[in-house]
Design a protein around this ligand. Structure first.
Ligand SMILES: [Zn+2]
Ligand SMILES: [Zn+2]
Ligand SMILES: [Zn+2]
Ligand SMILES: [Zn+2]
Length: 166
């Protein structure tokens, strides 16, 4: 029997810690969070409260009773919250341009940012005809300048390549 209050469909989660289903009314406290957040249907990309998601994928989430146990099992205090950086957590996971806009990558020759894979395709088409730097350098042997700069910034310069001919 499913109890329906105000038209809200409860949905289920799978408590991975203890291995049981549990019923959730729309928000839940996730691991490393202090406050409950709205449950989102990953299949539809909308809050679980909207519509019927009874046949959608379940989110693995330890239930309120086992959440503290799972945190301890992972080596944390039950109340531990990951400090959120003002930059936003996703920032560090993807490439961004100088303005902080997300990109899918960049050209290792001229440093151009690609905002989509189509951008990338267009840039590398026809032997990278769109890349002025590559066209200028392709007759001289050498590494892509952006790649070389990245190695230098990371301190990964080739130790055997230190001989300066000049
Ligand atoms: Zn939920
Ligand atoms: Zn759904
Ligand atoms: Zn549980
Ligand atoms: Zn380029």
């Amino acid at each position: 029997m499913v109890e329906r209050e105000r038209g809200i469909m409860p949905h289920q989660h799978w408590c991975e810690f203890a291995g049981h289903y549990w019923e959730c009314s729309g928000t839940a406290v996730r691991l490393f969070q202090a406050e409950p957040t709205i449950c989102i249907c990953f299949d539809h990309g909308v809050p679980m409260e909207q519509g019927d998601h009874s046949s959608c994928g379940l989110e693995l989430l330890s239930c309120p009773e086992h959440r503290a146990d799972q945190m301890r099992a992972m080596g944390y205090e039950p109340g531990y919250v990951i400090p959120s950086s003002p930059e936003g957590d996703e920032r560090s996971l993807m490439f961004t341009d100088a303005d902080g806009k997300p990109t899918v990558g960049f050209c290792l020759w001229c440093g151009a940012d690609f905002y989509s894979f189509e951008d990338h395709e267009a840039h590398v088409a026809d032997d990278m005809a769109a890349c002025a730097v590559f066209q200028k350098m392709k007759d001289e042997p050498g590494e892509p300048p952006v790649l070389r700069q990245m190695f230098e910034e990371a301190g990964l310069g080739d130790p055997e390549g230190n001989k300066n001919d000049e």
